[in-house]
Structures are given as C-alpha cells and as structure tokens.
Design a protein around this ligand. Sequence first.
Ligand SMILES: Cc1ncc(COP(=O)(O)O)c(C=O)c1O
Length: 508
Amino acid sequence: MAPSTDLNTHSPGDASEPASEELRTLLKTATNVFADYVARCQSAQAPILTQASGDELSERFSQLGPKTANIWHDISEITATATNTWSDRFLFKLYAAPTPIGVVAETLLAVLNNNAHVFQASPVGAVLEAAVVRELARLAGFPETTGGLTFPGGSYSNIHALMIARNTKFPEIKTKGISAPLVVFTSAHAHYSIEKAAVAAGIGLDNVVKVPVDAGGRMDARALEQLVQSAAGVPFFVNATMGTTVLGAFDQLEEIARVCQRHQLWLHLDGSWGGPLGLFADPAVFSYSMAPVDSLTINPHKLLGIPLQCSILLVRHGLHTMKSALGLSADYLFHSDSDKWDVGDATLGCGRRPDAIKLWVAWRYHGSAYFTGRVNHARRMALQMAEMVKVRSSGLWRLVCEPASTCVCFWFVPRGAYEDPGELEAHRARGVDERWGRVTRAICERVNREGRVLIDYAAVDLPYGQPAAQPLPAFFRIPLNSPHTTRETLAAVLDAIEQAGHAIFNQL
Ligand SMILES: Cc1ncc(COP(=O)(O)O)c(C=O)c1O
C-alpha cells in the first residue's frame, strides 16, 4: 500500500505508514518551522512577550476535541504567543536561550523515551548520568565515590538533599517518622526551595532558621554559630548558596564548613544558579573557594544553556547513601537490589527523565571550554552593566551592591518621580527611599508591557549602610546568562528603563 501523505488521517491501529516515515515527515517540517521561529525570535525587533492576557489565550486555545485541519497552523499559533527566550533581551529569570545542540538532545530524549529508574529501561542513560556526575564531582573536589542523579529542577534537588540528610542522620525517621523537632539553617537570601523542603520533610517552617547576611548578601557564619548554639530543637542541616537568586551572592564556605564540622551538621551547597560559574569559570574572571560539603545542587538548565529541565544533585557519601535514605526496593520494579545501575530507588519518585543525556551530549559537542567561555561571558557582561549603570546621569541610577556574580541589581529614579527635584538630589547622598519600590514596579510593568525587553525586579533585606538588615525598596534584578548578550543589549535594556521612567513620571 502506498504510504499515506495525509498525516491527519492516522487513527489507532492504522499501520498504513510506519512511525519512522511519519516521524521523518514531521521532523522535516519541524526543522524549518523551529529554525524559522528561532530566527524570528533573534531578530532585533522581535517581541519577547505576548500582549494577550491569560484569559484571551485560554479562549484561543480552548478547543481540543475536534481534529485540527492543520497541526502546523496550531503550532505556529503556539510559537506566536510563547515567551521568546531566544532573544538577548529576555532577561527575566535565571535561564536563557537553550543551545541548539541542547534542543537536539532534548528531542533525542523524546525519541528514546527511556526511563531512568531501572537500568534496563535506560541503560545508556544510566551510564551517561554516572559519567556527568563523575566529572562534575571532580570539578567540585568531591571524591570518586560520589553519587548523583538528575532531578526536575533545583528545588527537587534541594528537597532530595534535605530528605537524604535527614534520613541518613536519623535513619529511624524513615520508618517511625519525626519524633523530635529538627532544625534547618539557611541564609535569609537563600531560595525558598529549602523552606519547601522543610515543609515536605515534616520539619515545619518554624524550624527553618534564617541566618542573617552581610552587606554583600552572604551568610554570616558567626551568626550561624550562635544560632546553632541557641537552637530550640536538634540542628542537623545547613544550606549554603553558591549564587543567591537575587543578588547572586556566593556564601563563603570555609567558616560555614567549620561550624558544620563542630556541630556535625550536614552541609548542603545550593549551586542551582551560580554553580556553573563556581566550577567552570576561568579563575582570572571569577574564583570561588570550595570547602568540603556533603551535597551540591547544580542546574545546567540555567547558566549552561541546557534546555529545561536539567538539575543535578551530587552526594559525597555515594549512591548507596541516597538509596538507603529513600529506597523502598519495590520488587515489582527493582528486581535485583544489588544492581548498582538501578538508580531510581534513590529518589522520591519512580519514573524519571534521563536528563543527564542532554548535558553529556552538549558537553561532548562543545567541550568544557565552551562552558568556561559561557560563564566568563556572563560574568563580564554583569561587570560591564554595573559600570554602565554607574555612569548614567539622567535621574538617579544606583547599584544595590557591586555584582557578586552574574546578577546586576539597581534602582533608577527619574527626576519626575519627585515633585521637588531637590529631594532626589538629597537622596544621592543618603540612604534609600521606600518610594523607589513603587517607581521600580511601575517602570518594570511598562517596559514588559511594551514587549521589546523582558526584565524583573526583586526586594531583599540587606544591611545597607546600617548595622542590621533592613527591607530595601524593590530594585531591578538583571541576571546575565546568555552568550548572545552584548554591550548593545545592555544599553537597550537601560534605555528601555530610562525611557519608560521618563514617560511615566514626566506625566505626573
Ligand atoms: C539559588 C536557587 N536555588 C534553587 C532554585 C530552584 O531551581 P528550579 O527553578 O530549577 O527549581 C533557584 C531558582 O531560581 C535558585 O535561584
């Protein structure tokens, strides 16, 4: 029988065209559709964000049941309204454009459809996962016996780290549950996934102690020591951060590690954002002093450009520790508990995407030097942007602090934001004004609505010329990541902020 050319005629049981041919035809078209989409996204005028509201989009895509006349039309509707992460002007969150080879590797995962719970369901995935874990462990100074797995995101890696720490330190919890209050320590600027982990682990938010930060947003190790000593429950876990979410601060590990050793606490290092910078950067561009930690999270889907999602948790004490902390050896799945390649039992889940394949493929394709170049570029762009902020003179431009790594945080206050321009001048010399938060949010909202640039703001508590942390008004937080970012990109972002600021506040 001649193969059908109408792809929409297929129905279950219809073997008129082999899947291989259907896939070939679809992928041929997809190659052009996707490459054209990326080309449009990268053009200078490409919008970053759709102007349609959630309700409008919901209405537009509400029909599922009837078979579409043309799936490529539907797919083009999806791409036309998707957020454009390929543009260098997408500076909204901590991830950026995926690398083209990453897209190929992502497609490979779909083609393989392997499942990384038992060896036989993903033999090559298991081996490639072990290979990337080995290499990352070497870069981080972990021993060869280190265990590690991929998880769907940094939050899940952190949650697993905390669960593994808890059940390793208190093995009876696995069967009997928690009987005494356990206490977790994390900096006031750490990611909320540590608190989510405490919620999930039955530890409770009241037992998460937020350690104060210094003027650069780094955990204060002396305060940590005092808080551990005065804890109301049983301290067992400290989370340090390699690249905080807002300021990009790198907690200084040596002193924190000493506190953990003194009190026998598990030390986890959350490198979801800054990990690749800490491990791959050229020391002349950025250097970070590692100290022994028990576990480490790294998100290659952020600074390394691997498509979402790809996060890796390394555990110094090996895969067997992870398995004994979380494993249940269900014999309908794990037929031989001695098989070291049946790694899925070391997770809180069951089926798992073999995401490590994406990192392995990208690493082989580009070589380590690409990752080094990529993170070096991000760091250089952050430093350049900070300098550009400092020399702008229309209104008040002020850095929240020098960029600790690859986030640039600053305020812009147009002259028109104050009825009395003298007030603005007075603020150049002293402190901050809580009204700047309103200014930041209004400008950000307008810039993003205009759609040529997508940026974000944040607020943190920081000792800002004061002995103790105080709430700061919201400021712009620009994460540098993409290798496509140039000095022109940075100027375009600052211009967009400035123009929106003047447009809003000169009208008042
Ligand atoms: C420091 C830090 N840890 C963890 C996470 C969570 O990562 P994910 O979004 O992959 O869950 C983030 C996300 O931005 C982060 O900045």
